[in-house]
Design a protein around this ligand. Structure first.
Ligand SMILES: [Zn+2]
Length: 79
């Protein structure tokens, strides 16, 4: 699933299990917990498998049930 050449550098994309990862979808944000993503061992770029992206899409569009919602802080930068 991972272990391929990074698109941005000479590094290799390695699988990494993360506690939680936030995804931006045009319908809103989705957070997946205990998910294995790809991380470049040189530049740190993050890669997501088709399965992850499909899951995010299905949750964001209401096709797949989710476990809970969390509030996200919103602010403007003060000038
Ligand atoms: Zn890289």
């Amino acid at each position: 699933m991972y272990d391929y050449r990074c698109e941005y550098c000479e590094g290799t994309v390695r699988p990494k299990k993360v506690k939680r990862e936030a995804f931006k979808h045009k319908k809103g944000f989705v957070i997946l917990e205990d998910v294995t993503i790809g991380v470049c061992d040189a530049c740190g770029s993050r890669y997501y498998s088709a399965e992850i992206l499909h899951t995010v899409h299905d949750i964001a569009t209401g096709m797949k049930p989710f476990e809970r919602t969390e509030e996200i802080p919103v602010a403007h930068i003060s000038q």
